[in-house]
Design a protein around this ligand. Structure first.
Ligand SMILES: *Cc1c(COP(=O)(O)O)cnc(C)c1O
Length: 416
């Protein structure tokens, strides 16, 4: 039998697309939480309060708003479980994550025969995947044309595609869904807690799924926020779905949501962790104290600082998200993206390459909303580029960054 020493994991600078650096207050709540089971009164009260805070973060009156234990894809699995074999779906894909969402959709919409024909990559007749090239956004026109042609029961969009760093047209998606009678499902994993939007302004979207580790900043594996409209829940009530654990109606009961009404405390669905509940509760308190709108403005302000600095180093930014820049290296470093990222990661500076072609570099600022933090990221990235043979004047880049921060802050809207 092997005997391992205690696992030590160092502190790193998580400067990628996510996970973001968890706030120390969240970790403190996690380890200051006493030993208590999942039906203890304060744990249940914490879940009810989290549910209420999630409604504020989402900007919704949807009763069915709660957390799904697990990661972003757990929440997406819950939302996409509404899709049954044989349903018609149009899914828009412009990067890694919407591609994986489309795979989930194809698995759920496949008939038994279609699944058996290619179990890991089924191609059901009812699902149309509209591919938009990496680096481009899904436009309202593309959605309108596809929904007009296919008239599906469901339509799917990733609001912010983290793989390519692109913001997709949520308003256009909502409008096309309303016009063509499709029920919209949105992956809001990367936008919730970073962008300023209210889901109730998009009534044709009947289900939303986000994650614990990006804008909500609660990595100690907690909950993927989800929200369902009454229309979605009514349909589920009629048709059901093929899951117990991710069944939106059953899972909601533990959060004190029964028959569309809030009840004082939840009833058992599965064994929730007091530590996870306490951590999420603290993360949501921090987010709401900062304010969703203020946070969005802060991300836009600091993303612009990072964008201008890497541009001054000769990189070309192709993203328009405000938590992340996705860039091409200057021509003389082309092809060295993975080596550069690897060298940074070996030093505890956690940036990322793209996970699907073309290979680009991704640098994120989740929970790095200070001049000091952005300057540290710029400085470390500059050092790594210079070591790889880039030619630029680092003091001049840092000087320009200092000047940006010395100017009075002007509100920046995210580039559409
Ligand atoms: C990160 C991400 C996911 C997956 O989230 P996990 O927490 O890794 O499960 C899905 N969709 C988008 C848009 C993402 O950015």
């Amino acid at each position: 039998m092997s005997h391992f020493p205690a696992l030590e994991i160092p502190d790193t600078l998580a400067a990628g697309p996510g996970p973001g650096n968890t706030d120390p207050r969240v970790l403190q709540r996690l380890c200051h939480t006493g030993v208590a089971d999942h039906m203890q009164a304060d744990v249940l009260r914490g879940m009810v309060e989290c549910k209420q805070m999630l409604r504020q973060v989402f900007g919704t009156d949807n009763a069915y708003t709660f957390g799904v234990g697990g990661t972003g894809f757990s929440g997406l699995d819950c939302a996409l479980s509404m899709i049954l074999p044989g349903d018609t779906v149009v899914a828009f894909v412009n990067g890694t994550f919407s591609g994986l969402d489309a795979l989930t959709i194809r698995m759920k919409a496949a008939t038994r025969e279609e699944l058996a024909a290619d179990p890991l990559d089924p191609q059901p007749a009812g699902v149309t995947v509209v591919q938009v090239p990496h680096g481009q956004s899904v436009s309202g026109e593309v959605v309108e044309a596809a929904l007009a042609e296919h008239r599906p029961m469901w339509a799917f969009l990733a609001h912010w595609e983290t793989g390519s760093g692109r913001i997709n047209d949520l308003q256009g998606f909502n409008d096309a869904c309303a016009k063509h009678g499709a029920m919209g499902i949105v992956d809001a994993v990367s936008s919730l807690g970073v962008a300023d939007f209210r889901i109730d302004d998009y009534p044709a979207v009947v289900a939303w799924a986000s994650c614990p580790q990006k804008g909500v900043l609660c990595l100690p594996l907690t909950y993927a926020p989800v929200s369902f409209s009454d229309q979605a829940i009514a349909l589920l009530g009629q048709r059901g779905c093929h899951t117990y654990v991710h069944h939106p109606i059953l899972e909601a009961r533990h959060w004190g949501i029964v028959n569309g009404q809030d009840v004082a405390a939840g009833t058992y669905h599965r064994t929730h962790s007091a530590y996870a509940v306490a951590a999420l509760h603290e993360a949501l308190r921090i987010l709401l104290a900062h304010g969703v709108a203020q946070k969005a403005a802060d991300y836009a302000y600091h993303e612009r600082a990072l964008r201008e600095a890497v541009t001054a180093m000769g990189c070309e930014v192709t993203s328009n998200m405000t938590s992340l820049v996705v860039l091409n290296l200057p021509a003389r470093l082309a092809g060295l993206e993975k080596a550069l990222v690897g060298a940074c990661r070996a030093e505890g500076f956690g940036i990322w390459p793209t996970l699907s072609e073309p290979v680009q570099v991704r640098i994120g600022i989740l929970n790095q909303l200070t001049q000091t933090a952005v300057t540290e990221i710029v400085s470390r990235f500059a050092d790594a580029m210079l070591q790889m043979g880039a030619a630029f004047d680092k003091p001049a880049v840092l000087d320009a960054l200092g000047q940006y921060y010395a100017l009075p802050e002007t509100p920046q809207a995210a580039v559409a």
